[in-house]
Design a protein around this ligand. Structure first.
Ligand SMILES: [Zn+2]
Length: 180
C-alpha cells in the first residue's frame, strides 16, 4: 500500500482529465496491488492500429480525448496480466472514485459507474450477467477505466476532427498492409 508512480506513469498521465487523474492517484495510495499507467492520451494513429487489429471496438475511444486510462498491475518488478489482480485495482478505483465524487466506468463492467455497485467484482458480475441474458459476449477490458460519457462529454467539434483523422489513419494502415 502507498505505492508511488514512476516517471513513465507520470508522463502518461499528462493530458488526462484532472478528475480522472485525481481518482487514479488516490487509488494508487489505497490499492493492495501496485500499478502503472500505460496509456493516457492516445494518438489517432495508435487508435487506428487498435481498431484494425480488433483491440478496440470503436473509432472514437475515450483515450483520444484524455477521458480514459489503462492501468497495468506491477508485481515483483514486472507488469502482470493475471486477471485475478485486476478486480483489486478496480476496487481501489471504486473507493477512490466515491471519495473524490468522480464516477468511473471500468472496462470489465460497462453501462454503470463503479460507485453504483457494492464492489468492483459485483459490478463485473452484473455486467456479465446482462450480456449473457442478451446473448452477447462480454467485452472485457480489465485494464481500462474511463469517465462516463454523459457526465464528461468530449467537445463535439474536437470529436468530429478526431473521427476524421482516425478514419484516415485506418485507411492508410489498410493500404500499407494490403488489407481490403
Ligand atoms: Zn483503455
Amino acid at each position: 500500500m502507498g505505492f508511488k508512480f514512476g516517471e513513465k506513469s507520470e508522463a502518461n498521465l499528462s493530458g488526462v482529465h484532472p478528475d480522472l487523474v485525481k481518482v487514479v492517484r488516490q487509488a494508487l495510495l489505497i490499492s493492495p496491488i501496485d500499478f502503472s499507467v500505460w496509456e493516457g492520451v492516445r494518438s489517432t494513429r495508435q487508435q487506428a492500429e487498435y481498431f484494425v487489429t480488433g483491440a478496440s471496438k470503436r473509432i472514437l475511444s475515450r483515450h483520444l480525448t484524455g477521458h480514459a486510462v489503462d492501468l497495468y498491475a506491477f508485481v515483483g518488478g514486472k507488469t502482470r496480466t493475471d486477471e485475478g489482480l485486476y478486480p483489486q485495482i478496480a476496487e481501489a478505483m471504486r473507493l477512490a472514485s466515491i471519495d473524490a465524487g468522480v464516477p468511473i466506468v471500468w472496462g470489465a463492467a460497462w453501462r454503470r459507474t463503479l460507485d453504483k455497485s457494492p464492489s468492483a467484482v459485483k459490478a463485473m458480475e452484473a455486467y456479465r450477467f446482462e450480456q449473457r441474458v442478451m446473448g452477447k459476449k462480454p467485452f472485457n477490458d480489465m485494464v481500462h477505466f474511463e469517465l462516463p460519457e454523459k457526465l464528461y462529454p468530449a467537445d463535439a467539434a474536437v470529436l468530429a476532427k478526431i473521427d476524421a483523422l482516425v478514419r484516415q489513419d485506418i485507411s492508410d494502415i489498410k493500404d500499407e498492409r494490403g488489407l481490403a
